[in-house]
Design a protein around this ligand. Structure first.
Ligand code: RP5
Length: 267
């Protein structure tokens, strides 16, 4: 993980509406971004004519939050304001970088299969699938970057598939059946958030946005029956109880809070 000093921005100066004449954020774009074929070229590069605030060929340069501003050097300005760093940092696209986040939930159950209520609130406890991020080591929703129009991360479906199918000694027929179940489970998501993510990678000119979907297994007979285990591999998935004390990457705790509210679960 890169750690670049951010120019301090007081709360009341985050918005571009308030002038900040002494604002001198350093410019940073990681080397791997500059040479990546999935990333945009440098601003001003030959044949790079991005169409801000539009779906630009295959790239969605529209923000979920409305129209963003473009600065004097034709650089998109972060839709939420100043971040203390210029350029793209470790993000590939100028402007919004679009992700999708699947919040996959089931009810917490005791050994007898009965739904567990939280002793404080008396409400049923929801569990969601979390993943430990390789970059920061924080627990997170297993989201991923998406192409325009794509509803949910293909990555996560694959992760599930691997997790669920690799660990089973089931016959090929049975595996096919499980694969079909996983696929159909991921088709019925409910949108619970769309917009900016308070991601540590955000800069003044590149930022993360997401659409978070809730996929709930009410009976625990679909995805919920997989006993995901976090191993030494940081990519492991695990079921985590949802509650106000959950600490997650970026604004992911807000997404699981929304899921809990939607399901009338403990928070
Ligand atoms: C977050 O970054 C999104 O909410 C999503 O979870 C994630 C996508 O980026 P990668 O995990 O692909 O790095 O802002």
């Amino acid at each position: 993980m890169y750690s670049i000093d951010r120019f301090p921005v007081p709360q009341d100066k985050i918005t571009w509406d308030v002038p900040m004449p002494d604002y001198r954020p350093s410019a940073f774009t990681a080397d791997f971004v500059l040479s990546a074929d999935w990333a945009d070229p440098k601003l001003g590069a030959k044949d790079f004519n991005p169409e801000w605030n539009k779906v630009d060929g295959k790239i969605n340069r529209q923000s979920h939050e409305g129209e963003y501003r473009v600065g004097e050097a034709n650089e998109p300005l972060n839709i939420r304001g100043r971040t203390g760093i210029r350029e793209r940092g470790v993000l590939g696209k100028w402007g919004p970088n679009h992700a999708a986040d699947p919040v996959v939930t089931r009810w917490k159950r005791d050994d007898g299969g009965k739904v567990v209520n939280h002793p404080d609130s008396g409400k049923p406890v929801l569990q969601f699938v979390s993943i430990q991020r390789r970059d920061t080591g924080e627990w997170a929703i297993p989201g991923g970057m998406v192409d325009p129009g794509e509803q949910v991360s293909v990555t996560v479906r694959r992760e599930f598939m691997e997790e669920a199918l690799d660990s089973t000694t089931a016959s090929d027929d049975k595996k096919k059946e499980m694969e079909a179940m996983v696929n159909s489970f991921f088709e019925k998501g409910e949108e619970i958030y769309k917009g900016y993510v308070d991601d540590p990678r955000n800069t003044d000119n590149a930022w993360m946005e997401t659409v978070a979907f809730l996929f709930h297994d009410d009976t625990g007979s679909e995805i919920g029956k997989f006993d995901l285990k976090a191993g030494d591999d940081a990519k492991a998935l695990k079921w985590t109880d949802i509650g106000a004390d959950v600490k997650l990457y970026a604004s992911h705790a807000d997404f699981v809070r929304r899921a809990a509210e939607k399901k009338g679960a403990h928070w």
